[in-house]
Design a protein. Structure first.
Ligand SMILES: Nc1ncnc2c1ncn2[C@@H]1O[C@H](COP(=O)(O)OP(=O)(O)O)[C@@H](O)[C@H]1O
Ligand SMILES: [Mg+2]
Length: 298
């Protein structure tokens, strides 16, 4: 099942003749510099997204998944490498990429409708067209009745639907999702996963979905790319052969379980390494706190 990332063309998981990729990430690197230290978050990351593909990126906490996605979104800049969308270099955010943030990123002082309309407003969309589009999106995610409520009045699952509606409002061909369901309980998450697949199929989006949950990635994706512990590099590229449309029942199939197991085998060492890194960071952090206390006592 494992295809080395460079099996076909450099950094691609498919032969060149499978079609021009929609999105091409080439040799991407990102180093964060602060006064205390510099951290290499990702290194030499190359990955392609095909038109209409649902791609998940799985990796341990702190391995640079959000960093990678933010650079693709144009919200952050790379230290090295390049990203091309339809052959053109990405230099900043654009309506061709919708971003669905981790957790709940709604503005608490705006109603759900006003939150969903935010991107349309910023892009200067005609008011009436924006209203119609916003209502369509609310209907699409099952929040037609809740447009005038404020985020605090909605459940976690409903807020995540609103997040999704906001990401979809500008009708971007590419949807970038950063652990959108991580904060939800298991049942709500399963429902949201099925809803997302329906929307993806009906609206013909190309998706990059970040998660640290292997079963979520297997259920949703055409392909799964694995990242190492920091600095994040691509260490695996799996095709998910499970037929679509997928119902929740596929989670109980041998095929599903076997792929989960195979991916976990490959990821386990990286998760251990990431945990060790965070222990070191915690020890460093507590030492500096103690130093801070000594300073204050003087
Ligand atoms: N703005 C930032 N400044 C400094 N370091 C950062 C910044 N954002 C992320 N990092 C560091 O980069 C590494 C990768 O972070 P991130 O991309 O958020 O990982 P993930 O999403 O996989 O959990 C972490 O060590 C994190 O502490
Ligand atoms: Mg993250």
């Amino acid at each position: 099942m494992y295809n080395p990332p460079d099996a076909a063309a450099p950094g691609t998981s498919r032969p060149r003749d499978a079609g021009f990729p929609l999105l091409e990430v080439r040799d991407l690197g990102k180093k964060y510099n602060s006064s205390r230290e510099s951290i290499v978050a990702i290194e030499s990351v190359s990955v392609n997204l095909a038109q209409g593909e649902f791609l998940s990126i799985v990796g341990p906490s702190g391995c640079g998944k959000s960093t990678l996605l933010k650079i693709i979104a144009g919200l952050s800049t790379a230290t090295s490498g390049s990203i091309r969308l339809n052959g053109s270099e990405i230099v900043g955010p654009g309506p061709d990429r919708g971003f669905v943030f981790q957790g709940d990123a709604l503005l608490p002082w705006r109603t759900i409708r006003q939150n969903v309309a935010l991107g349309l407003e910023i892009s200067g969309r005609d008011r009436e067209a924006a209203r119609v589009r916003t209502d369509e999106m609310l209907e699409l995610v099952g929040l037609g009745e809740f447009g005038d409520r404020f985020p605090v009045e909605l459940s976690g699952g409903m807020r995540q639907r609103a997040n999704l509606a906001r990401g979809l409002a500008l009708d971007p061909p590419v949807l970038l999702m950063d652990e959108p369901f991580a904060a939800l309980d298991a049942q709500t998450r399963e429902i949201m996963q099925s809803e997302l697949l329906k929307i993806w199929r009906q609206n013909k989006k190309s998706v990059i979905f970040i998660t640290h949950q292997i079963d979520e990635a297997v259920f949703l994706s055409d392909r799964i790319v694995l990242m190492s512990a920091r600095p994040g590099r691509i260490i695996g590229d799996f095709v998910v052969p499970i037929e679509r449309p997928r119902s929740s029942a596929v989670r109980f199939s041998d095929e599903f379980r076997e792929l989960n197991r195979e991916i976990w085998e490959q990821l386990r060492d990286e998760v251990t390494r990431a945990n060790d890194q965070s222990k070191v960071a915690t020890v460093k952090g507590s030492q500096s706190t103690r130093r801070g206390q000594r300073t204050r006592r003087r």
